[in-house]
Design a protein around this ligand. Structure first.
Ligand code: NIG
Ligand code: FE
Length: 416
């Protein structure tokens, strides 16, 4: 082999039961294996599992080797923060009330208008760098704080620029129906959305449309319309549903052809079988549930039903100012009663599937891109040492892009 690297002698290597899988129902998560072993990287790709003496050696003893984490739901890029809203939430003010008072999404839209492109990108790059140190090697970016035609297009172009400027690969989602902009009704804003799609498709890299269905935002009818628009343009459909209250949006999203339904904190148990039987993934966001003291999504029931389950940070300045996927795993394991394998499946292969990338990332399979994490302990420590960052090294496309100080010695032979 030419430029191969062998991560040798790990105590655990997380592998799929079948290297070619592109998604896996959560009910089969225990089929993932965690045996001791090696991982061989050739150039930018995973090559195999037996260290070859001709490769540059990285001593992985005592470490777990897992695929790079895929954060498939973030609201990067955004401008500023909204810490004062958190104090209001702690004092008991509901999110809907904060939003009606001009906080919430509108406040971040205002900050985005005020910020220069350079300022927005600098803040967002710093957050992507922090996510990288916590193991995020692929991320989704959304618009949604534009709240005008020009603003949404600018946000999408900023998302494209961000992905060009960070080590992570990623996708861009056009969250064109996030809040109803001033001067519009939901229906008249949806007309604007329809009118801007030519520009979205031709000028930006957006590969999905998204919508927030809630009493303070858009309706199930708007969701169906967004689904038709996505279908016409060959874009995926994502949907924020059942977050703050139930609107029966899960079957509507399935009918609209959604790739994923995200949040689900308030979804009725009776909608689970239809979701499990569909192609649509359940993206759970326990960071938003925790910060907002929201209902807890039926994570255990969804997993047992055979649905494809996914975890993400929902990184945004309002409901989830959370960057760390290991922290999200810790919340999911405790609050949904999930195993560590379930949490890892939900933040690797299945998350990559939501982004349409599971042919190339999300698993340590030969031929997939070598996005790999070295963890400082067995995977059982991810949820258990809640708040500790277990990531010792991050490899993207076969290249070490971050190595924690106390693990540099392992990489003596492989200078980043
Ligand atoms: O995913 N729910 C709607 N959108 C975001 C929150 C946006 C914000 O508060 O800025 C979410 O939670
Ligand atoms: Fe979100």
């Amino acid at each position: 082999m030419g430029s191969c690297i062998a991560l040798a002698g790990a105590s655990e290597v997380l592998r799929l039961p079948d290297d070619n899988l592109e998604r896996l129902p959560q009910s089969r998560a225990e089929e993932l294996t965690l045996e001791p072993g090696d991982l061989v990287i050739d150039g930018s790709l995973v090559a195999g599992f037996e260290a070859d003496a001709s490769c540059l050696q990285v001593d992985a003893s005592g470490c777990a080797i897992v695929p790079g984490l895929v954060d498939c739901h973030t609201h990067l890029p955004f401008a500023g923060w909204r810490a004062q809203e958190y104090a209001l939430k702690i004092a008991g003010t509901p999110y809907e009330e904060i939003s009606r008072r001009g906080g919430g999404i509108r406040a971040s839209a205002q900050a985005l208008v005020m910020g220069s492109n350079d300022q927005v990108l600098a803040q967002s790059r710093a957050l992507a760098a922090e996510a990288l140190r916590h193991g995020t090697t692929t991320l989704e970016c959304k618009s949604g704080y534009g709240l005008s035609v020009e603003g949404e297009l600018r946000a999408l172009l900023l998302a494209d620029a961000l992905l060009d400027q960070v080590p992570q690969a990623g996708t861009v989602t056009a969250l064109l129906a996030h809040a109803v902009p001033d001067g519009y009704t939901a229906a008249s804003w949806m007309d604007e959305v329809e009118g801007m799609l030519d520009a979205v498709v031709s000028e930006t890299r957006a590969s999905a449309l998204d919508i927030f269905v809630e009493s303070i935002a858009f309706s199930n009818d708007d969701l169906l319309r967004m689904g038709r628009l996505a279908h016409e343009r060959g874009l995926a459909l994502r949907a924020h549903v059942e977050q703050l209250s139930s609107h029966g949006s899960v079957p509507v999203a399935i009918a609209a052809g959604a790739r994923s339904v995200d949040h689900l904190s308030c979804m009725p148990l009776s909608d689970i079988p239809a979701l499990a039987a569909s192609e649509c993934a359940a993206v759970l966001l326990p960071g938003a549930e925790f910060i907002g003291n929201e209902h807890v999504a039926p994570g255990r029931e969804l997993a047992d039903s055979g649905a494809v389950c996914v975890l993400a940070t929902d990184l945004n300045p309002g409901t989830s100012p959370v960057v760390s996927m290991p922290l999200i795993a810790g919340l999911a394991v405790r609050r949904y009663n999930w195993s560590v394998k379930e949490a890892l499946l939900a933040m690797t292969l299945n998350a990559a599937w939501v982004l349409g990338l599971s042919g190339s990332v999300g698993a340590l399979s030969p031929g997939r891109r070598a996005d790999v994490l070295l963890l400082d302990a067995p995977v059982s420590h991810i949820p258990y040492r809640f708040g500790h960052n277990p990531v010792a090294a991050v490899i993207i496309g076969g290249r070490p892009v971050w190595v924690r100080e106390d693990h540099r010695w392992r990489f003596e032979a492989v200078k980043p």
